[in-house]
Design a protein around this ligand. Structure first.
Ligand code: DO4
Ligand code: MG
Length: 285
């Protein structure tokens, strides 16, 4: 079962249930916020009841504009959860290599703040590369959608846009490498009801196009994430409450070669088999 936020030319943002090529409009049921829905106990069976019991208004998916499925939730991220990410960070910086090496094996994961909700970009919106960066990459990541009680209630796609030269220069520059305008994209759908075991069987694919040519593509599996999802969430919720829930990006396992950097007008496409496709063009910010 997939949820989305969408808009038609006539409407305010609505919450929808995605069924193949249709969107069922939950506004008719008085549901106007995904985050409230995510607080329901037995969410999946409630969604199933909505689909089978009601004659909900429906739109063709191709007729609506999909919006970012984040409302008031902060977005956080985990780093160095894949061996590929650890190796890439160690290669980019002698200065920080031992920090990345240690955190990969340490009990406490690397968690960092990624974005305020209002700064997250949605499907089709531009992601940013910093004008003062020379080496910019997308980081395609499975995102856990977590409610205020710390329950993982869904999965979506996240892009943790990063400036690798800034990050590599000095570990203390990480917030500048990771947090800037348009540095976080999320969407298009929230898959509700998948277990961790199911999510671990999903593939993540990244494709970058420039003037219609594919200039990079790569893939990995969610199953290669070193840490359990429950472990990540329990560290995130230590001494910190998220009254609106939170979205947690789980780290990247796809790293383009060191000779590659994003440019303005590139098109970034991230696919996660259980969720869908997140497409974003690139702009300089
Ligand atoms: O410490 C650097 C960040 C690593 C990261 O964002 C990732 O592994 O995805
Ligand atoms: Mg990342």
């Amino acid at each position: 079962m997939k949820l989305c936020r969408f808009q038609t030319p006539q409407s305010r943002p609505h919450v929808g249930l995605v069924l193949e090529d249709a969107v069922l409009d939950l506004a008719a049921e008085g549901i106007d916020r995904i985050s409230s829905l995510l607080e329901f106990d037995g969410l999946l069976s409630q969604l199933n009841n909505l689909v089978s019991g009601q004659n909900l208004p429906r739109h063709r998916l191709s007729d609506v504009r999909l919006l970012v499925p984040v409302e008031q939730q902060e977005v956080w991220a985990v780093g160095v959860t894949y061996l590929r990410s650890k190796k890439a960070r160690m290669d980019e910086s002698d200065f920080s290599a031992s920090a990345y090496d240690r955190v990969y094996d340490a009990p406490r994961p690397e968690l960092f703040f990624k974005s305020l909700p209002e700064k997250v970009v949605g499907p089709g919106e531009a992601v940013g590369i910093r004008q003062d960066a020379k080496w910019s990459v997308p980081e395609p990541e499975l995102a856990l959608v977590i409610n205020s009680r710390g329950h993982i209630v869904g999965h979506t796609i996240g892009n943790d846009m990063s400036s690798r030269d800034i990050e590599g220069e000095n570990l203390l520059y990480l917030p500048q490498a990771k947090v800037y305008d348009r540095s976080c994209a999320v969407g298009p759908f929230i898959n509700v009801g998948a277990s961790e075991a199911q999510a671990r069987s999903w593939n993540i694919e990244l494709q970058i196009r420039r003037d219609r040519e594919i200039v990079f593509q790569g893939e990995t599996s969610v199953g290669r994430i070193k840490r359990g999802f429950g472990e990540l969430v329990s560290y995130l919720f230590r001494s910190q409450a998220f009254p609106h829930g939170v979205v947690l990006l789980t780290g990247t396992g796809i790293v383009p070669p060191d000779t590659f950097t994003l440019q303005a007008a590139d098109q970034v496409r991230i696919q996660i088999s259980g969720v869908g496709t997140l497409d974003n063009p690139v702009v300089v910010v």
